[in-house]
Design a protein around this ligand. Structure first.
Ligand code: NAP
Ligand code: MG
Length: 495
């Protein structure tokens, strides 16, 4: 079993309290690692290291120059790429996802680092023609790093969600304190081992493992943290937003969703079935943008539902290392939460079409597996229609008109994503433009790209990750005005 420490100011250290916590493999419940359990004191030390590195170190990260920073990030990407297989195996053992999906995550992480390394050398800022009533002036803006960025992530894409923040934050010249989810810290530690090997200046990148209510609270409320970027559930995000107000931190929030997948009768039904599968069962349905509410035109409901159920029933389930269609859910408590949602749905009048039970066959008895679950006839106010389940449960509801479909789609407090399936291009765009969400797909579900911004409306978040917008989140903008004739009378005297 591995034993992992925190990484603060360039050193591997135990928790101040000496405490540790165990990390489990959700496929069999076995302990795979023991980690330092940081608390408020550890978070404070890491923040001070990052603050000192940012503000006081004459040879610190932001003063190295963009080319040097870029080269180091490229070396980090190369190092990660070289260890792709061991990272992917570790991710599967920690999170449960099928190995091929974990490999995809590591490949994406490599690509993200390279993208932001390159993006940091692109032009930033702008220049402006300004009113010269004050005498000739030049006005322009420059981009500067924000300072100490606290980065807090969930367990569904452990490495990727971390890199999605770490890469742009570092590329923009900030120093960071990173807190991964306590469920899945393993690939984060491995990633910091690479950061250590490459030799970033001390205090540039710090890792503190430990609970959200201690480490996370300290990071979001610390007066010495200049920005907090969080991916996770909406209630926790709301608490972080409040804490951040104390010193008016910059904030980024990537929160939950309950995304509609709208299927019209003129769609290619078989294609819609395949994409609906991707939409709700990929990564065990533990995806923020999951298409967990299928809204379907009444006339094709029966055909669609029986095809979807046949595909769901045929899914293979097992240990992610064996590359089944679906692995286990993240933990025992999450499995119990999902099973509880399933029982509540039955009581609230939803009709169970398929799945809906714990899966213990084929050596899965000690893991946290559930069969892929489809519910039909779901009343609009039942809990599985309104709340984020965050796992392999999809609801089916019907509509008769385009207007009704839009109304149902928007009947949620979230606004992360959604999709429209139809062969009518104008109708697709009409509906897309009416949906209050940050990401929409037409005739597909879930593809996401590093080049394009990702984020939610409403209670799904604030700000955007990925793409050029994702880099901009980690930068301040400074306006600079230059008087081009300093020898002449100033505007004040001329007034
Ligand atoms: P979570 O319970 O909100 O936890 C996320 C992270 O926040 C973990 O590292 C957690 O630490 C920490 N945390 C918990 N309480 C905290 C507090 N009071 N202050 C500061 N940090 C705190 O979410 P999760 O269960 O890990 O992840 C699932 C959620 O993430 C879903 O709602 C999903 O939609 C969302 N998500 C959104 C996106 C997106 O792009 N919009 C992407 C992925 C996931 P510990 O767990 O270690 O205590
Ligand atoms: Mg785990």
């Amino acid at each position: 079993m591995h034993s992992f420490k925190n990484y603060i100011n360039g050193e591997w250290v135990d928790a101040v309290s000496g405490e540790t916590f165990d990390v489990l493999n959700p496929a069999d419940g076995k302990i795979i690692a023991r980690c330092a359990k940081g608390g408020r004191d550890d978070a404070k030390m890491a923040v001070q290291a990052a603050k000192n590195a940012f503000y006081n170190d004459k040879n610190g990260w932001r003063r190295l120059g963009v080319q040097t920073r870029c080269d180091m990030l490229y070396r980090l990407a190369d190092a990660l790429e070289k260890e792709k297989d061991s990272f992917a195996r570790a991710e599967t053992m920690d999170n449960g996802k099928p190995l091929r999906e974990a490999i995809g995550d590591v490949e994406d992480a490599v690509s993200y680092i390279r993208y932001y390394a390159g993006a940091s050398r692109m032009p930033g800022g702008a220049s402006y023609e300004v009113n010269d009533g004050f005498g000739p002036m030049q006005c322009f803006t420059v981009k500067e790093p924000i300072g100490v960025c606290a980065l807090i992530t969930p367990w569904n894409y452990p490495l990727l969600m971390g890199v999605q923040k770490i890469a742009p934050a570092l590329a923009a010249g900030n120093t960071i304190v990173f807190k991964p989810s306590s469920e899945t810290p393993v690939t984060s530690v491995k990633f910091f081992e690479l950061i250590d090997k490459i030799g970033f200046p001390k205090g540039t990148a710090n890792l503190v493992m430990g609970g959200g209510s201690t480490v996370g609270e300290e990071l979001s409320s610390s007066p010495d943290v200049d920005m907090v970027s969080f991916t996770g559930s909406t209630p926790v995000g709301q608490g972080i937003y409040k804490n951040a107000a104390a010193n008016v931190k910059k904030i980024g929030l990537e929160l939950g969703g309950k995304s509609p997948n709208i299927i019209f009768a003129d769609a290619d039904i078989d294609g819609a079935v395949e994409w609906a599968m991707v939409g709700v069962f990929f990564n065990q349905g533990e995806v923020c943008s999951a298409g967990s509410r299928i809204l379907i035109e009444e006339s094709i409901k029966d055909e669609f539902t029986s095809k979807l159920a046949a595909r769901a029933n045929a899914m293979t389930i097992g240990n992610g290392l064996d590359n089944p269609d679906m692995g286990p859910l993240i933990s025992k408590s999450h499995m119990e939460k999902v099973l509880d949602y399933i029982e509540t749905a039955k009581k609230e009048g939803c009709r169970l079409v398929c799945g809906g039970r714990r899966y213990t066959e084929n050596g899965c008895g000690n893991g946290y597996f559930i069969t892929p679950t489809v519910f039909d006839n779901c009343p609009p106010d039942c809990r599985i229609v309104r709340e984020e389940v965050f796992g392999l449960v999809v609801t089916i509801q019907t509509f008769k008109t385009e207007e009704e479909a839009v109304k149902m789609a928007n009947d949620t407090e979230f606004g992360l994503a959604g999709a429209v399936f139809t062969s009518d291009g104008a109708k697709a765009l009409r509906v897309v433009k009416e949906i209050r969400a940050g990401i929409m797909w037409v005739n597909c579900y879930n593809p996401a790209f590093i080049e394009a911004p990702w984020g939610g409306y409403r209670k799904s978040g604030i700000g955007r990750e990925l793409g050029a917008d994702g880099l901009d989140e980690y930068a301040e903008t400074k306006q600079i005005n230059i008087n081009l004739s300093p020898g002449e009378l100033g505007w004040y005297e001329k007034r």
